[in-house]
Design a protein around this ligand. Structure first.
Ligand code: TXE
Length: 483
């Protein structure tokens, strides 16, 4: 399978860099990827520009909804193949890859339905004229995603961008393009006007920057690290592109002393370690009321030691390897850093198995608010447990980083939970649960966790801009003006 790019309606072979993809569980090569040359990226952008200008895509609301439904059906029919590709490429447990695929199907269907409910807003004005506000697409959108949820995060952007009538140039992470290549093959069977969707593969510096710097791309939606988001934001400012950024986090899970400790420890483990902790909203800081700190920590450590690492294709596996050797070393370096900073390593931080980039899940206690392991996004199976004595202190600690993506609150007292939630600076807060993205509700961050929102009606609005038409009835031959 050498034809891995999708440009101008065709699967084509990349003329750029050659990259060997590695299975992170076995460290064996999976396949060689032929990435796009800069010329091919420019071709993709021009194809998307012409498709926006010259086809009826932007006006054909029904056609767009039919396409999204068709793609959802194809994805559903290929769910197991797609899940297996995702697991081979990322190392995430197969059960979790299947969930990603199911969520992707739902997202496509959701935006197909939502699109059909959109109508221009009409207003009678004080001077007797009528205003109509239409939400119109931007044109060419550049969509760039990371490696932790390669297909799902892609669909979170592709579905609303296309629903709104834009055309797309999509770039997955250079480490995890496999599921997106398969999606492009499915799209190629859907009779989409050529140029409406383009897939280019490659790294950020060549392929990514060609998209973010292009004058013919009008909107960028990016998910990834905060440092990369900053660079992209600066690049986009040069041509005043509209930008949505879903960036890093250091999300707190606040555990009050009225909880069932057993259940709270389960939520904390799920929050911190789901998908190897390689999740933007991972609850990497667990804030526990001092009355239950000892019992909670003991319970969480006991359960953490039972997390089953291993073959991600096994149905029994809870946690797979990290995405790459470099990333494993980065996460490991934070174990050393935590120890140097004087924190206590309760469990984890060891390599696991003969092969694969596995790390046993890490819990630190005795941390100070200014420590690197408390402030920086580590993006692996790594969490710190902190204590608090009062609601106010919990809120202060929760808000004490530059991030503001997500938070969780565990308490039987619903009023208190909502009171605390109201004071936390983050875009998503789960009370007595964690992690679930709801396709119809916004997802995104405060502070340095990003700008803009994905999912729900906000996610659709991110891909269109309002256009105000004000019309006055013609009176006589010349019309009637107030100026
Ligand atoms: O992500 P990047 P990386 C965090 C996490 C991780 C760190 C680095 O802490 O350790 O970021 O991971 C493309 N113009 N997150 O390097 O750099 C790149 O090719 C255009 C958190 O993998 O953010 C890839 O497709 N594109 C995060 C995508 O950006 C550029 C998820 C993401 O890469 C570019 C992943 C450029 N100049 C990592 N530079 C989350 N919070 O969800 C890079 N890219």
């Amino acid at each position: 399978m050498e034809k891995q790019l999708f440009i101008d309606g065709e699967m084509v072979k990349g003329a750029g860099n050659l990259r060997k993809l590695i299975n992170p569980a076995t460290e064996q090569e999976i396949v060689t990827v032929y990435e796009a040359s800069v010329e091919q990226v420019e071709l993709a952008i021009q194809s998307a520009r012409l498709a926006f200008k010259e086809t009826n895509w932007k006006n054909d609301k029904e056609g767009r909804a039919v396409f999204l439904m068709k793609l959802a059906g194809k994805l559903e029919n290929n769910l197991e193949t797609m899940a297996q590709l995702e697991t081979e490429n990322t190392g995430k447990p197969i059960r979790e890859s299947r969930l990603d695929m199911e969520d992707s199907v739902s997202c496509l269907r959701y935006y197909a339905d939502l699109l059909m409910e959109q109508f221009p807003e009409k207003m009678e004005q004080w001077d007797g004229s009528e205003s109509v506000v239409k939400n119109v697409p931007y044109g060419v959108t550049g969509l760039i995603v990371p490696w932790n949820f390669p297909l799902l995060l892609g669909i979170w952007k592709i579905a609303p961008a296309l629903a709104a009538g834009n055309t797309v140039v999509f770039k997955p992470s250079e480490m995890t393009p496999l599921s997106m290549i398969k999606l492009a093959e499915l799209i190629s069977e859907c009779c989409l006007p050529k140029g409406v969707f383009n897939l280019v593969l490659g790294d950020g510096k060549t392929v990514g920057q060609t998209i973010t710097l292009s004058e013919d791309v009008h909107k960028i939606s990016f998910t990834g690290g905060t440092d990369t988001g900053r660079v992209i934001n600066e690049q986009c400012a040069k041509t005043f592109k509209h930008v949505s950024l879903e960036l890093g986090g250091k999300s707190p899970l606040i555990v009050f002393d009225d909880v069932n400790i057993e259940q709270a420890a389960e939520w904390a483990i799920f929050g911190a370690f789901f998908n190897q902790g390689e999740v933007c909203v991972a609850s990497s800081r667990i804030l526990v009321h001092e009355n239950i700190f000892a019992a909670f920590t003991e319970k969480m450590a006991e359960k953490t030691k039972k997390i089953k690492l291993g073959d991600p294709f096994s149905e029994e596996t809870d946690m797979g390897p990290l995405i790459s050797n470099d990333h494993l070393k980065k996460v490991e370096s934070y174990v050393s850093k935590g120890l140097e900073e004087g924190a206590t390593l309760v469990t984890g931080g060891e390599r696991y198995g003969e092969q694969g980039y596995y790390l046993t899940p890490v819990i630190f206690t005795d941390v100070q608010p200014d420590m690197g392991i408390v402030q920086e996004e580590i993006f692996g199976p790594f969490c710190v447990i902190q204590t608090f004595r009062s609601e106010d202190e919990a809120v202060e600690i929760a808000n004490g980083t530059k991030y503001g993506l997500a938070a969780g609150i565990l308490s039987k007292d619903a009023e208190r939970a909502e009171r605390v939630a109201d004071q936390i600076d983050s875009g998503i807060i789960w009370i007595n649960s964690y992690h679930t993205p709801f396709v119809n509700a916004p997802w995104g961050g405060f502070k340095q966790s990003g700008t803009g929102r994905e999912l729900g009606p906000h996610g659709l609005a991110a891909y269109s801009q309002p256009k105000h038409l004000n019309a006055t009835a013609v009176v006589g031959d010349l019309g009637w003006y107030r100026f």
